[in-house]
Design a protein around this ligand. Sequence first.
Ligand code: TXE
Length: 453
Amino acid sequence: MGQMALIVTNPATEETIAEIESAGVEETDAAVARATAAFNGWRAVAPADRARLLRRLATLVEENGEELARIESQNVGKPIAGARAEVGMVAQVFHFYAGAVDKHYGQTIPVAGGVDITFREPLGVVGLIVPWNFPLNISSWKLGPALACGNTVVLKPAELTPLSALRLEQLILEAGIPEGVVNVVVGPGRVVGQRLVEHPDVAKIGFTGSTEIGRGVMQGAAGTIKRVTLELGGKSANVVFADADLEKAAAAAPYAVFDNAGQDCCARSRILVQKSVYDRFLDLLIEATRRVRVGDPRDEATEMGPLISAGHREKVASYVNDTVSAFTGEAPEGAGFWYPCTLVEASNDDRIAREEVFGPVAALIPFDDEEDAVRIANDTPYGLSGSIWTENGARALRVARALESGVLSINSNSSVRPSTPFGGVKQSGFGRELGMHALDGYSEIKNVYLATG
Ligand code: TXE
């Protein structure tokens, strides 16, 4: 039964931008029923035609890019320039999976007495549960491979940020993807999300969100032995060695944690710096952080907007309150959930260095040598991303091999590209999104033996 209206807010102004009827269990079941009914038709669409439909969707995302970027900027508080880049990636992701549809092959395996063939079969109806930090982007990372493999979908955006998914749903239909193949359901996680996790007709949950809720998703999925892919929290390290190009590393470091106001699972929120260059690096970092332009997300020059909500701002502040900040930047006053860029000197045992803050707050931690750096970087329950800054190529690769992390970049902050696998180890989750690897999470291998005897 439909529940009360869901109020959607612009976090930069605190104004209501939409009121949406919130779905409940009944609407979720209806969406699963529509997706179930559409499945046989969708899986039977010829691969080249499925590819063409995904390509048309990618083109529609490009053509409507400015509108989508504005929706995302207004609903999440993202600077408009960054929102445009994110929408650009969404189109690239759909282009990539359009190209992947007919390149995800089975095999023939040498056996005695016959022929053995593997097929890549779709799973059925998949439930996609998405957070509020990159609503459209993360939706596309899951939708692209799910649709390419021939699954049908129920997509649940975060209740704070449903607007871009609702617009995307219209574009999906406009692209000619049949009705029922993608169904967006807006409602509370503990109702709609929970129902998807437990629903007997949902074959898999693709989840991005907190480790805590991810744990519940995994438990809930056990009842029906659902497949799950979990992209969870992070506490990634940005490791700066004394032999790094310090100017370059310091100029990049703020954007590794203040992008999206730090509400990024890949945020390199622990900055590990070799002791011999610590003071110099700190000076450079403060200088670079001072230059981050915080303000109105509609302004083309803005680099950082507000946090998502008042409650989230309180949570972020609670991490900083009992520490001594090395630097606190400027943030607008008045309406909006603003929080300044903050640098804190810490030990890896401090709460601020152990838990995901999910705000523009970086903890600086000194280290002695390479061994010490690897030890500290790995001393966390998480393992999603990270950066290594050094001009020594052998060291870069040695440390990259030693770090417990699903994604790493050397002399860069970059974590995601449409064609390369993305995902975590340890309590950051499992399964890979993006690239050809994501297709494995949205298909099942069927083995068929034909006796030729
Ligand atoms: O995440 P939730 P929240 C982290 C980050 C942040 C914290 C809380 O530290 O501060 O999580 O954010 C749906 N069954 N990350 O509360 O609750 C929910 O509706 C099924 C890291 O927003 O995990 C939303 O669609 N689904 C992360 C999605 O789960 C449920 C991104 C994520 O919400 C559910 C976001 C339930 N019982 C937050 N309860 C990252 N790593 O990128 C909620 N949901």
